[in-house]
Design a protein around this ligand. Structure first.
Ligand code: ZN
Length: 293
């Protein structure tokens, strides 16, 4: 008998692709709602028109992805989702389990930055580490910023809360945190590509293997329907708005020129594709899903 009940949720959201000898799996953590009030640096009417022209939901939803990277030597996670913060997130661990990966299997976690929609999954409700063996790899500028009491004292209300959450996560991984600089390869075949502005040590991870490559970025783009056509548009969460916009334009220009494959934490799931120039801005061309990895 067919099951005639109306589905209320998607099947597990995992999709694999290969980059040379590496397999990259996008593992979705969920979605959460933001507002056009969170967009800065562009006229409100232009923001709503760009977003609306793509038939996107209003208010806008933000996708939260993480990426599982199976290198020949190590099992790596890029970011850990927004577990437990809003109702429609927190699917990382069950989605990993759906492809046979347990938290204890993860060897290293490479962070794009320490905002809660990226680091919340590092710890459980009691502040304990979710990943019992993983080395936590963070850009040295990012680590320094969230540990800086002066920066905490200068921070606004929302950022102060982010400091508390980031420090809880870092405390849970004390003794197994590795700070790395731009260009360093903490895992063979995965290099840190600095994208400062959104946070001081905001980072992308450049995977290269057997002549192929992919750039996994963090918050270069939050709202694909807005910030690709209008790269000047930023978000209120950008710690340095001018630097974040400059970085976005530099990265988009580079990946469009070099035709490099990209993946993004907040790109629409399954989030693998290429950036092309379109008018004054850019567009994302998603890769066609393939049954064979
Ligand atoms: Zn984010």
């Amino acid at each position: 008998m067919p099951d005639r009940r109306k589905p209320t949720a998607q099947p597990s959201a995992v999709s694999h692709t290969s980059v040379g000898d590496v397999v990259v799996s996008v593992v979705n953590d969920g979605v959460f709602q933001l507002s056009f009030d969170d967009v800065v640096g562009a006229p409100r009417a232009a923001v709503e028109a760009a977003h609306g022209s793509q038939f996107r939901a209003v208010p806008p939803w933000l996708t939260v992805n993480t990426f599982l990277v199976r290198t020949p030597g190590r099992l790596v996670l890029v970011d850990t989702g927004f577990i437990g913060r809003t109702p429609l997130v927190g699917n990382l661990v069950p989605n990993l389990a759906s492809v046979g990966v347990l938290p204890a299997d993860i060897d290293a976690i490479l962070m794009t930055h320490m905002h809660p929609d990226h680091e919340a999954g590092l710890t459980d409700a009691g502040g304990r580490a979710v990943f019992p063996r993983a080395e936590l790899v963070v850009n040295e500028d990012e680590l320094a910023f969230w540990q800086d009491d002066g920066a905490l004292a200068r921070a606004g209300e929302a950022d102060k809360r982010h400091f508390g959450l980031a420090r809880t996560a870092l405390a849970a991984y004390q003794g197994r945190i590795t700070a790395v600089a731009d260009g360093v390869e903490p895992v063979s075949g995965i290099r840190l590509f600095a994208t400062p502005g959104h946070t001081p040590g905001h980072s992308a991870w450049h995977i290269h293997s057997a002549g192929e490559s992919m750039l996994i970025w963090g918050d270069v783009v939050h709202f694909p329907g807005v910030q690709l056509p209008i790269p000047d548009a930023g978000v209120v969460f950008d710690i340095d708005r001018a630097a974040a916009a400059a970085t976005r334009k530099r990265v988009l220009d580079q990946v469009a020129s070099d035709r490099i494959r990209v993946a993004g934490i907040h790109l629409d799931w399954p989030a693998f594709g290429r950036i092309v120039r379109r008018g004054e801005g850019y567009d994302f061309l998603p890769e066609v899903w393939q049954p064979a990895v």
